[in-house]
Design a protein around this ligand. Structure first.
Ligand SMILES: [Zn+2]
Length: 444
């Protein structure tokens, strides 16, 4: 065994319960303007036939999900699924279907009648599972489908195709262009690669986006609009190593890391919105009878407030070298152990006013279909990036119920999943506007 220890996860988890969390607002105030838009949409024959269509398209949507889940797509390795999804976007009736061969985002456009502003709708292509994990899927007598990645986020990829079909097959023409995107890199060390590649001032479509609707698994009633930021690092302690007996007196990479971790464990987090840290993994060393030549720590820091995250980061990142210095001084061998830090995750924190029109719209869509909506506490999703960049954004469910997300026993039960698509469809209509029926509400 080369590695002395894996996954000493319990080493440093701190329960920082004394810090108050940022709580979501109770509800947005839905304006008269928004209510009037919904009144018109509810009466429009094309919109109502599209709503009905979503129910009748349910089996097709489930088939899409089954077809896509077996095309594995670990973060940073989404090419194959991206190509397959792009073909489905085209088949569903979108124009200008494009695959970005740098990021492997894929997208297509549902053209509006007015050029300029664009509504962005996405679900993420990637999963947390490496190649070889998905061996197909099984379905039980209750219709529950078993496959890693089925709920997060393949169910939403299938749902998005059904929403596109609802527009196209029922002749619902938006006022603003709508771009439907299969995004890459949402999970873990994917680090929001897809959102970063698309939603920025240099992207020909991304620069015109006025609202972001991000589909995840689950129901439509919980509206995520606040974002927990995270910064993640690999910390490497590096030294010469040596025989535990013969080279005794040589500074140890593991001992240096231990000295540093002890200091980090005592760090006080800033007051205010919840701010956390943990060394989640530690690995290194050569054998039980060797002085360790290497030790890698994986550090995760989170906050609902960007300033807190940055100040915590400043504190913690100044500590690692102290551990190396102390270990070198202990043996009077200055400079023997060195430290290298590598940032591997950068998800900015962010918050938005709960009264932006995008949130009002999705709230009202829920009310329209008999759901009781709620504003969720901050979490980490694709919209971390878009909120940070100032795009009005929500993350909502595309329907069905799933269990065991991010585990090999992940399931998705599609019963009634079309209802969430009706809610999402109506939000897209309200924000983008429907030609001859409503003016776009826009996002802000
Ligand atoms: Zn997801």
């Amino acid at each position: 065994m080369r590695r002395v220890s894996y996954l000493l996860t319990a080493l440093l988890v701190l329960a920082l319960t004394f810090v108050p969390a940022v709580f979501a607002a109770e509800a947005p105030t839905v304006s008269q303007e928004v209510l009037e838009v919904y009144d018109k949409l509810a009466k429009d024959p094309k919109v109502t036939s599209a709503v009905k269509f979503l129910e009748s398209d349910h089996e097709q949507r489930v088939q899409y999900v089954k077809d896509l889940v077996v095309i594995e797509a670990p973060s940073h390795k989404e090419e194959k699924r991206s190509r397959a999804y792009a073909a489905l976007l085209k088949e569903a009736g979108l124009s200008d279907v494009t695959i970005d061969e740098k990021s492997w985002n894929c997208w297509g456009v549902l053209p509006g009648t007015k050029k300029g502003p664009v509504v962005f709708v996405d679900a993420h292509l990637d999963t947390v599972f490496d190649f070889g994990t998905v061996k197909g899927f099984t379905v039980d007598e209750k219709g529950t489908i078993y496959a890693p990645g089925i709920g997060d986020d393949t169910s939403a990829l299938g749902g998005m195709l059904s929403v596109i079909r609802a527009f196209v097959k029922n002749g619902v023409k938006p006022v603003y262009d709508i771009v439907f995107v299969g995004t890459v890199g949402e999970e873990g060390l994917g680090d929001l690669k897809g959102m970063k590649a698309f939603l920025n001032e240099n992207h020909p479509i991304g620069k015109n986006v006025i609202a972001v609707i991000d589909f995840e698994g689950g129901g439509p009633e919980r509206i995520t609009y606040l974002c927990t930021g995270s910064h993640r690092y690999f910390i490497d302690f590096i030294g010469p190593g040596g025989h535990s007996f013969g080279a005794f007196g040589t500074p140890s990479a593991i001992h240096a890391a231990g000295r540093a971790i002890a200091k980090v464990a005592d760090v006080q987090v800033p007051g205010g919105p919840k701010t956390t840290f943990t060394v989640g993994m530690i690995e290194g060393g050569t054998s039980v009878n060797s002085i360790a030549a290497d030790c890698r720590l994986q550090l995760d820091m989170r906050s609902n407030l960007m300033d807190n995250l940055l100040s915590l980061e400043k504190t913690i990142m100044s500590i690692w070298q102290l551990g190396a210095d102390e270990e070198n001084a202990r043996w009077n061998k200055p400079g023997t152990i060195t430290v290298k830090t590598t940032m591997v995750g950068d998800r900015p924190a962010g918050s938005q006013d709960e009264n932006i029109k995008l949130i009002q719209a999705h709230w009202q869509s829920n009310v329209m279909f008999g759901y009781t909506p709620s504003l969720s506490a901050a979490s980490s999703t694709n919209i971390n990036w878009s909120v940070y960049k100032g795009y009005p954004s929500i993350c909502v469910g595309a329907g069905g119920s799933s269990t065991g997300n991010h585990s090999p026993s992940e399931t998705w039960n599609p019963a009634g999943a079309w209802k969430a698509l009706q809610v999402g469809f109506m939000t897209i209509c309200a924000v983008a506007g429907v030609d001859g029926v409503t003016q776009p509400l826009g996002g802000k």
